[in-house]
Design a protein around this ligand. Structure first.
Ligand SMILES: NC(=O)c1ccc[n+]([C@@H]2O[C@H](COP(=O)([O-])OP(=O)(O)OC[C@H]3O[C@@H](n4cnc5c(N)ncnc54)[C@H](O)[C@@H]3O)[C@@H](O)[C@H]2O)c1
Length: 304
């Protein structure tokens, strides 16, 4: 188990204190709100050149302007991506130039009340939270390989404990749609992406890890009537971004990949859903599931 000096209450700035990221380049998807803003703020404050990959360019530009005005480096920019739209992901990748040191797959949606499908017929949470990030990560593989020690960060969730990947029914054609089953499947898939990306790319110096940021009141809960977690177990957004930046940039994680973290430490693997929703399900780190999902998703995106 990987342990660090950081924990539940640590902030992203605590984790990056004394770390100089000058000359390093990062992408933060969903960087115009919530945890994404704080992830970008901390990486940029440490000197990294940060691209906010966002669906809403106006919102993204406002955040970039605010971060640049408050920081010392004028190193935050904005680029458009709609993770639910494969054409948009392809276009983002085509415009990216040069090496990429940190890819923070952070954007996401949760618990859409009714079944929504993309134009390809893919369930929307799976398409946005996972397939979009999968295509982005695979598309940016040459840029990651060029960075000499790149990190991919997969923002998963305790939602991994709600559902495995339903390989025979990814898009709820048979299983009755449930908002949290769909969210859970997508977040399990995000964890599996880290496992398989590490297996495939570690020899090229690329490692990927997954994380649960904790319970943070953000726009994510707009379909669920707000955060239900008791106050003592909630985090601020700066605390929520701590594990993301740890996985993106801390030397404590050098060479570590294919693992799942929460509260800045490696999480326990569990065989049943615990009452406190801590830990990661075995199926979410299973290498066989990870390879199967990778191959299946490659087929999905190449057949569209
Ligand atoms: N807040 C929590 O309690 C919590 C808990 C566990 C996991 N997470 C995860 O943390 C991540 C960040 O969530 P947050 O809490 O900051 O929520 P948020 O709603 O504030 O941020 C999510 C971001 O993703 C972007 N996004 C959504 N759909 C997109 C699309 N199609 N294309 C591009 N961008 C898109 C949104 O515009 C937004 O900027 C998510 O992956 C979420 O699942 C959050």
């Amino acid at each position: 188990m990987i342990t660090t000096p950081f924990g539940f209450a640590s902030t992203a700035h605590d984790v990056l204190r004394d770390i100089d990221l000058s000359g390093q380049r990062a992408i933060v998807t969903g960087g115009s709100s919530g945890i994404g803003i704080e992830t970008a703020r901390a990486l940029a404050a440490a000197g990294a050149e940060v691209t906010l990959a966002v669906r809403n360019m106006d919102a993204g530009q406002q955040v970039a302007d605010a971060l640049n005005a408050a920081g010392r480096h004028n190193n935050v920019r904005v680029a458009h991506i709609d993770l639910s739209d494969q054409g948009s992901v392809t276009s983002f990748v085509a415009h990216w130039q040069g090496p990429l040191h940190m890819l923070i797959n952070n954007g996401g949606i949760m618990a859409l009340p009714t079944l929504e499908l993309t134009r390809e017929g893919w369930e929307m949470q799976f398409a946005t939270n996972f397939v979009g990030h999968f295509a982005l990560t695979v598309g940016l593989h040459p840029a990651l390989a060029a960075a000499d020690g790149a990190r991919v960060v997969s923002v998963s969730s305790s939602g991994n404990l709600f559902a495995p990947v339903f390989f025979d029914d990814l898009h709820f054609d048979f299983i009755p749609y449930d908002p949290f089953l769909a969210y859970g499947q997508s977040k399990t898939a995000c964890a599996l992406l880290a496992v398989e990306a590490t297996r495939r790319w570690k020899a090229e110096g690329i490692v990927a890890n997954a994380l649960n940021p904790g319970a943070i009141a953000t726009n994510l809960q707009k379909h669920t009537g707000g955060l239900k977690t008791p106050p003592e177990r909630r985090k601020s957004v700066a605390q929520g971004a701590a594990t993301s930046v740890l996985l993106a940039a801390s030397p404590l994680l050098d060479g570590v990949g294919g693992r799942y973290f929460e509260d800045c430490n490696e999480a326990q693997m569990v065989l049943q859903r615990p009452a406190d929703y801590r830990g990661v399900a075995r199926y979410a780190l299973d290498p066989g599931n990870a390879e199967r999902l990778w191959d299946r998703t490659l087929q999905l995106i190449s057949a569209r």
